[in-house]
Design a binder for this molecule. Sequence first.
Ligand code: DGY
Length: 325
Amino acid sequence: MAQQQAKILVTEPIPNNVLNFLQQHAQLYIGKKGEYQKESNLLAVIENYDALLCMLSTPVTKKVLEKGKNLKIVANFAVGYNNIDVETARSKNIKVANTPDVLTEACGDFAMGLLMAVTRQFNSAEKYLRDGKFTGWEPLGFLGMELRGKTLGIIGMGRIGQAFAQRARAFGMNITYFNRNRIPEFEEKALDANYVSSVRELASTSDVLSLNCPLTNDTYHLIDESIFEIMPPHSILINISRGPVVHEEALAKALHTSKIAGAGIDVFEEEPNVHPLLLTAPNCVLLPHIASATFETREAIGMLAAHAIVSVLEGKNDENIPNLI
Ligand code: DGY
């Protein structure tokens, strides 16, 4: 009797090349956009699957993992994996994979672009033009902070933090950082980066504060009202990590009361919702979690997740699957 093919649930449409690859190894079910952002939808079907290729917006909770009696692997289409209850997965011998490395450059580029968009007011200047208000070159129009010589303070000096630092160096910025563990000396030297031993010190001395750390119990609401109190009033916050690292209402208030000068925000506390006070805050660029959104990167992310799934389904040893958590 022919062996039954394994079944994989891919929670959202992803690049075709990835789906074609997976299709050669298993039966695929592809969710509709947003369908599996609801835990209840996932609970209703998860029992049927051997593997789950999910998004950072898929709540892979304890309940889901307990219901997923046939699950052998959960592969996240993202480097961050705070949406997955990794501890429960481990206890049930379900492997978990993420997608490190392949999105580093796209995110580094994006962080730099976001910083430029905030400091040079791309969004409001474009709106001004489209609204027909550009009536001639203005010597005092849309002045912004120059980056050369300014200090970029990075919280979380992993791959993406370092990729942002490299680009900022090319713009003439000075780099300081805070990280759980100090990075090796040769990496500090390559970026000419100075380590500081507290978030408060970094926040009070940076012209731009960038969040590039994972969301953990330690980083939840790391940036709150008390931090906005000590950030210089001309400073800017950039967040491409995870929304809950910032107390979103406190950020909105800090912008409304000019405690800081601006923000570039790609991630939100309760995606897809954005705090209403933030939507009306001045000098901020708000984007729908698109830091890794290039054709090349999204395909590479998918392929890395897909390879982990196929390897696990084929019974390969963990040592041969580099992106298992
Ligand atoms: C990730 O992969 O974790 C990022 O949030 C993508 O932008």
